[in-house]
Design a protein. Structure first.
Length: 72
């Protein structure tokens, strides 16, 4: 897969994943909303680690600065 996320985007996703997991495991969010927030946290964690977002690829968006430099 082609990397299409910059470091800032990846860091934000990882921080949000940690925050969502903390909310869930602290008991602040439970039930269906807890499940939803954990799924979102899992997606953010996975995409933050691998550096590729399927939605970015689908819409042709990239926040990776090296990607933008190559296009010029």
């Amino acid at each position: 897969m082609k990397i299409n996320m910059g470091s800032t985007d990846r860091i934000i996703r990882l921080v949000l994943a940690i925050a969502f997991a903390t909310l869930y495991f602290a008991g602040s969010v439970s039930g269906i909303w807890g499940i939803v927030i954990m799924v979102v946290a899992g997606v953010f964690l996975l995409t933050g680690i691998i550096g590729t977002c399927p939605l970015y690829s689908l819409f042709g968006f990239s926040s990776c600065p090296t990607e933008k430099a190559e296009k010029k």
